[in-house]
Design a binder for this molecule. Structure first.
Ligand code: ZN
Length: 500
């Protein structure tokens, strides 16, 4: 099929440009000298513009229209039909946003990120407020340009979680919150707490790196096709087939940051490495959604990596590697410490239960901003009121309140919900994996994670974007996305530690 091959060739070139951008971005955040940033910004802007041009090219639009009218497309499940469906989605979205708006968003968010960083440092919300105003106004314009069914927020959410709607996310989050709140309250009232000092002892960084890499390799991250480097704000970048970059950061007196950061990013990396390389650059070779991506990182980090069976294997090794820190520590005490549940101000430091409340708060505020019901100037008050109602704590400053996250400054409105969707999917997938693979915990006790990794490769990774997130969840687990598996998992695990 000449037309289809032509289409795929064009989209693959865009994929190559994106992948060039990923190398530049990875280098910028790991090895680039600070003085290189202005030149790097120019390189990245050029690559981004070329990619956007490829996607909005009138010839690509023509090819799509020809293909959509052709007989092979009648089978919606065929590979060409899937690629055409998703390329159409990408093209339409890109074409609907006027170049002027694309440029203005890029310019405004680059500047807004710098202002945000300074404002957070100075604890000065008023400095950031006009920039938040601008970003929200531009994102509202983007939502109008893209179009939506019910509310403008749908158009923004759809960029990160294709097919998800505000209504459906609101419903599942409300159900989650209704059960999470009493659980968190019961734990707070239990009077129990782990020995936190266990994780805040001397953990030499070079040993953390070796131990973390060994764990990432054990769960199935292929270091012949990837690597691990140090950065300030960790991320995983799938450059392309055979090349996936993980990053982390170490704290010499905090075991959690480095180790669980590595497991998290390795989970993303295993997904990237499991995508079909032959389809590189096309939707069939790309991750289903941010929520599904996050489900893979949370599954390894939390469901597996904070579980008893995992540590029955790794704890004896940790005691050898970190002999000074863990000499007098028992497995039970260590396990309780890595599962410390405690309301706190900062999202990225939150435990796996209260984390979701942080997301629900942001999801509600974002919707109000996009709907025009909340003005940027009123964000601190709205944030603190909601935060107090949810956590019974009052943020002492903006850095621990509404200025803590980078997302709004970079225009990432609609991004936050994908984190909690990831937690929901992770619990749901893990339930299914346990049912499909009896004795899985015994595997973990032996340090063997191959059956789980292969199951994820088969059920999720190899499909790329063949199924939208919701359909993939339905297909893998037999059920729509739901709060129940996550709540069951949290109740079971934390119930044991806290006796609630
Ligand atoms: Zn992640």
């Amino acid at each position: 099929m000449q037309t289809y091959d032509d289409l795929v060739g064009r989209v693959r070139e865009r994929g190559l440009l994106e992948s060039i951008g990923s190398v530049l971005g990875w280098d910028e955040r790991t090895h680039m000298p600070p003085c290189g940033s202005a030149h790097r910004a120019e390189q990245m802007a050029l690559v981004a513009r070329l990619g956007h041009e490829k996607l909005t090219d009138p010839k690509l639009k023509e090819l799509l229209a020809d293909l959509e009218a052709s007989p092979p497309m009648q089978d919606a499940a065929s590979e060409p039909a899937v690629n055409v469906r998703e390329i159409r989605r990408l093209h339409d979205r890109a074409a609907k946003i006027p170049p002027r708006l694309v440029e203005e968003l890029a310019r405004t968010t680059t500047r807004a990120q710098q202002v945000w960083q300074q404002a957070r440092h100075d604890n000065d919300f008023t400095a950031f407020q006009p920039w938040l105003d601008k970003v929200v106004a531009l994102k509202r314009e983007e939502a109008q340009a893209v179009g939506y069914r019910d509310v403008p927020y749908d158009a923004l959410l759809d960029e990160y979680e294709p097919g998800a709607t505000t209504t459906e996310v609101t419903k599942v989050f409300a159900e989650l919150r209704a059960e999470l709140t009493p659980l968190v309250a019961a734990i707070a009232a239990s009077g129990k707490c782990p020995r936190r000092d266990i994780l805040e002892r001397d953990y030499p960084v070079d040993r953390q790196a070796l131990f973390g890499e060994a764990a990432a390799a054990a769960i199935g991250f292929d270091f012949a096709a990837g690597r691990l480097d140090v950065t300030a704000h960790p991320f995983c970048s799938g450059i392309g087939p055979g090349d996936c970059r993980l990053t982390t950061r170490y704290h010499p007196r905090d075991f959690r940051q480095g180790f669980f950061g590595i497991l998290h990013e390795a989970g993303h990396g295993i997904y990237e490495q499991g995508l079909p390389g032959a389809h590189f650059g096309t939707p069939l070779g790309s991750a289903a959604s941010l929520g599904i991506h996050e489900s893979q990182s949370r599954l390894w980090e939390n469901q597996v990596g904070r579980g008893r069976a995992f540590w029955e294997h790794f704890f004896p090794r940790a005691r050898q590697v970190f002999a000074a820190a863990l000499r007098d520590t028992s497995l039970d005490d260590f396990l309780f410490a890595v599962n410390d549940l405690q309301p706190s101000y900062i999202r990225v430091e939150a435990d796996e239960a209260t984390y979701n409340l942080h997301i629900i708060l942001r999801f509600e505020l974002e919707q109000a901003l996009v709907a025009g019901d909340l003005q940027a100037a009123d964000v601190p008050t709205a944030w603190n009121e909601k935060f107090h109602a949810m956590f019974h704590l009052m943020p002492p400053d903006f850095a621990r309140g509404c200025l803590q996250d980078i997302h709004w400054s970079m225009g990432g409105i609609g991004y936050f919900p994908t984190y909690t969707l990831g937690n929901l999917y992770a619990a749901q997938f893990m339930d299914r994996a346990r049912a499909d693979l009896p004795g899985l915990e015994d595997d973990f006790r032996r340090g063997d994670f191959a059956r789980l990794k292969t199951w994820l490769n088969d059920r999720i990774h190899r499909h790329g974007q063949r199924f939208r997130a919701r359909d993939l969840c339905q297909r893998v687990t037999g059920a729509a996305p739901s709060h129940q598996p996550l709540i069951r998992y949290l109740r079971g695990k934390f119930g044991e530690f806290y006796g609630v």
